[in-house]
Write a protein that binds this ligand. Structure first.
Ligand code: 8X3
Length: 251
């Protein structure tokens, strides 16, 4: 890292949108701190992009404090990407532990990382926060309630934070992706059931990929410091709405 190089933290940087965003921000010239639980993955990516891997569990305040310590006194960009959906049961059959985990990683995790890094973002004189929300935080759908609630929570947190920081040199932004075909998102949601995970994207001509979201985040953070992209909803063309998805026969 050079004295003048800008810095970024990306949580959930071990795969999918987080890994693609880390790569993208490195391409934009940032020194990227890759925060995630899986050391082997973030160390490999850090080596590839010249960043710093920091094994972090965003749900653990002590682990997040260690991340802040490593980042140091100034930070330009924070991408709160760590999150996910666990399970897809209707409310009548919901698993309380899955719901708590979703709230913990998506909402409390975002809060804890933001709280810890806010002084450094302010100190940079032009900080930028991008919270990775979801179209699932705009509408609800069957079997999605726990995730819907968590991502609506990310949106609520983002809105309150923007108001609280109105006189501070920190932009507070949210990106809300729709259908993005990543290696793990649906696999995690369906607890390792590859067939169910594949069915989500079956026949969809071009779902978004992680690089599409990374590209948008790269654009958001590289706008001039006075330009706050409050919310950016981004879907594949084939997904006109959550339930209105164009699919073509695959056989
Ligand atoms: C993921 C988008 O469509 O699975 O955040 O709810 S969706």
């Amino acid at each position: 890292m050079t004295e003048t190089q800008k810095t970024a933290v990306v949580t959930g940087a071990s795969s999918g949108i987080g890994a693609a965003t880390a790569r993208r921000l490195a391409d934009e010239g940032y020194h990227v701190f890759l925060a995630a639980r899986r050391a082997d993955r973030i160390e490999a990516l850090a080596a590839e992009i010249g960043g710093t891997a920091v094994v972090t569990d965003v749900t653990d305040a002590a682990s997040v404090a260690a991340l802040a310590e490593k980042v140091g006194p100034a930070l330009d960009v924070l991408v709160n990407n760590a999150g996910g959906a666990f399970g897809s049961t209707p409310v009548a059959e919901a698993d309380s532990d899955e719901w708590k985990r979703m709230y913990d990683v998506n909402v409390v995790g975002t809060m804890q990382v933001t709280r810890a890094l806010l002084p450094a973002l302010v100190a940079s004189g032009a900080g930028a926060i991008v919270n990775v929300g979801s179209t699932a935080g705009r509408v609800s759908y069957e079997g999605g309630a726990g995730y819907n609630a968590a991502k609506h929570g990310v949106r609520a947190l983002t809105g309150a934070l923007r108001l609280e920081l109105f006189d501070q040199p920190v932009r507070v932004m949210e990106i809300a992706p729709g259908m993005v075909h990543t290696e793990e998102f649906s696999l995690v949601r369906f607890e390792g059931d590859q067939a169910k995970a594949d069915a989500v994207y079956a026949g969809v001509p071009d779902p978004l990929v992680a690089e599409d979201i990374a590209d948008a985040i790269g654009w958001m953070v590289t706008r001039p410091a006075h330009v706050n992209i409050d919310e950016l909803v981004i879907r594949p063309r084939a997904q006109a709405a959550q339930h209105k998805v164009h699919r073509v026969a695959t056989d």
